[in-house]
Design a protein around this ligand. Structure first.
Ligand SMILES: *[C@@H]1O[C@H](CO)[C@@H](O)[C@H](O)[C@H]1NC(C)=O
Ligand SMILES: *[C@@H]1O[C@H](CO)[C@@H](O)[C@H](O)[C@H]1NC(C)=O
Length: 439
C-alpha cells in the first residue's frame, strides 16, 4: 500500500519536472524568434539606431475616426478667411504644438499665411514610424491650425503641403482627452515679449487671478530673461501653470505673432479648462457681482460660449525694477498700489471669457465662430470688468493712447480687503522665489 503511494508520488514529480523543462525550451525558442523578428525590423527601418520597442497602445488611443466634427463648416469659413489675418508672409511653417482630443487632433504651426491651403496630416507610432495608410488630406483652418481625424496608436504627428515634401520631424501629441475639464477657470496669458522686466508683473498677475478663483495659467514665452523666467518656473513646478516656448527662424517675436499664441492657447486649453479668460499680462479681472466669479459662471446656461467683458485703463508711467533689491521696499513697487488714475469703463478693446470647447475660431481675445446654437453675451460692467494697467510710455505698443482719450480720470483702487490679501500673497511668493542670499 505504502509502496504504491511512493511510486505514484515519484511518477508525478517526474512528470512535473518534465513539463517544466518542456516549458523552458518553448520559452527559449519563442524568445529567439522574437529576437530575430525585432532584429529584422530594426535593421530594415533604422539602419543606425536601436532596436524598436513594441508599441503598447493605451485604451484612449485605440481610436480611428473618418473625419473631424463640423469639417464642412470649417472649410466654408476657411474659404472666406474667417479669423485669418496674414502677417510675416515669408515665415516658415514650423510645428508649434499638437493636441489629441476624443474627436480630433489639432496641430498648431507658426505660420500666418497658410490659411485655406491644402495640407496632409501624417501620423506616427511610438517609435516615430509612420502609421501605414494613415494620412488624411484637408485644409488649414482656422488660420494656422490643421485639424485631423484620430488614428489608432498615433503618438506623433506631422504635416506635408505637397506630395514630394519630406515631412517635418513629427511632434508629440499633448493629451487632452478628459471626461471633465481639469480646471474650471483658467487664464490664457497674452504672449510675453520685449525687454521690459516682468517678474513682479507676473507675480502680481497670477496672485490677483488666483484670488479671483482662477486655478491655472497658460503662458506663452516669446522672450523672457532668466531672472523673470524663474517665477514662471515656480508656478509651473507647483502645478499652477504651463508654458509654451517658440523656436522660429526669427531672433525676436513681437506683437505680430500674437495671433499664433491665440490659436495655441485656444487648443491647449480646450477640454483642459472649462472657462478661459483671454487677457494680456497687464489686465486684471474685477468681479463685483454677488458671491464670486465661479458662482456666476456656474449660473451660465450651457449654450453660452463667451462672455464679453469691458475694460477701463489705469495710467502707468514707471517701469518695474530689474531685480528685487530690498525686500522691505517691495510694497512701494507694486503696480496695483502705485497707480490709480483710471479712465471710464468702455467697450473699446473688450476681452472675452471663453469656453474653448464651444468656440471654434478665435481672433485675438474674442471668438469669431461658435458651435451651432452657442451664443456670446455681453456682461454689464456692474458685474465684471477689467483693470488694464496701461503704459503711457511712447515706446510701448499704442503708448500714445491718452492722446485719443476724451473722458475724465478718476482715482480708483482694488477693494481694500482684496488689496490686503493680494499684498500678503505677492510678498510671500516674491520672498520665496527672489529673496536670495549667497552661501
Ligand atoms: C473726442 O472728442 C472729439 C471732439 O471733442 C470728438 O470728435 C471725438 O470723437 C472724441 N473721441 C472719442 C474717442 O470719444
Ligand atoms: C491715488 O494715488 C495717489 C498718489 O499715490 C494717492 O495720494 C491717493 O490717495 C490715491 N487714491 C486712492 C483712491 O487710493
Amino acid at each position: 500500500m505504502f509502496n504504491n503511494f511512493k511510486k505514484i508520488v515519484i511518477l508525478c514529480l517526474r512528470l512535473i519536472i518534465f513539463c517544466f523543462g518542456l516549458g523552458i525550451i518553448f520559452n527559449q525558442i519563442s524568445l529567439l524568434i522574437n529576437v530575430f523578428k525585432e532584429a529584422n525590423h530594426s535593421f530594415s527601418i533604422h539602419l543606425y539606431s536601436h532596436k524598436n520597442k513594441d508599441c503598447v497602445v493605451p485604451t484612449w488611443n485605440r481610436v480611428t475616426s473618418k473625419d473631424v466634427p463640423y469639417s464642412e463648416d470649417f472649410k466654408k469659413w476657411a474659404a472666406v478667411r474667417i479669423g485669418a489675418f496674414r502677417h510675416i508672409k515669408d515665415a516658415q511653417v514650423r510645428l508649434l504644438s499638437s493636441f489629441v482630443y476624443s474627436d480630433q487632433i489639432s496641430i498648431v504651426t507658426t505660420s500666418q499665411n497658410i490659411d485655406n491651403k491644402k495640407v496632409t496630416c501624417r501620423y506616427y507610432d511610438c517609435n516615430r514610424d509612420e502609421v501605414p495608410y494613415s494620412s488624411f488630406d484637408t485644409v488649414v483652418v482656422p488660420m494656422t491650425v490643421i485639424t485631423c481625424p484620430r488614428r489608432y496608436g498615433a503618438e506623433f504627428v506631422s504635416v506635408t503641403f505637397d506630395e514630394n515634401e519630406t515631412p517635418h520631424e513629427p511632434i508629440p501629441l499633448t493629451f487632452r482627452i478628459y471626461d471633465e475639464p481639469i480646471h474650471e477657470l483658467s487664464v490664457c496669458v497674452g504672449p510675453l515679449y520685449g525687454k521690459k522686466s516682468k517678474w513682479l508683473e507676473i507675480v502680481e498677475y497670477v496672485e490677483h487671478y488666483k484670488l479671483v478663483g482662477v486655478s491655472y495659467f497658460y503662458f506663452t514665452l516669446f522672450s523672457i530673461n532668466e531672472y523673470d523666467r524663474t517665477v514662471v518656473d515656480y508656478y509651473a513646478k507647483f502645478g499652477y501653470a504651463e508654458y509654451t516656448t517658440y523656436i522660429t527662424e526669427y531672433q525676436e517675436l513681437g506683437w505680430m505673432f500674437h495671433l499664433i499664441q491665440t490659436q495655441d492657447c485656444h487648443h491647449r486649453s480646450r477640454h483642459h479648462s472649462k472657462w478661459v479668460i483671454n487677457v494680456d499680462i497687464d489686465e486684471r479681472i474685477i468681479y463685483t457681482g454677488s458671491n464670486d466669479i465661479l458662482y456666476f459662471l456656474r449660473s451660465m446656461p450651457a449654450s453660452i460660449g463667451e462672455l464679453s467683458i469691458t475694460a477701463n485703463r489705469i495710467l502707468t508711467t514707471g517701469t518695474i525694477p530689474e531685480k528685487l533689491k530690498n525686500f522691505a521696499n517691495l510694497q512701494s513697487e507694486l503696480t496695483f498700489l502705485k497707480y490709480n488714475k483710471t479712465t471710464e469703463v468702455s467697450w473699446y478693446n473688450f476681452k472675452g471669457i471663453i469656453r474653448p470647447d464651444l468656440v471654434y475660431v478665435l481672433f485675438y481675445h474674442w471668438s469669431f465662430r461658435q458651435k451651432p446654437n452657442v451664443h456670446v453675451i455681453s456682461i454689464p460692467k456692474q458685474i465684471i470688468h477689467l483693470r488694464h494697467y496701461r503704459s503711457v510710455d511712447q515706446n510701448s505698443l499704442n503708448g500714445n493712447w491718452m492722446e485719443f482719450y476724451n473722458g475724465s480720470l478718476k482715482e480708483t483702487r482694488l477693494a481694500p480687503d482684496f488689496e490686503q490679501q493680494l499684498i500678503k500673497n505677492v510678498k510671500e511668493k516674491v520672498k520665496y522665489v527672489y529673496d536670495q542670499r549667497w552661501v
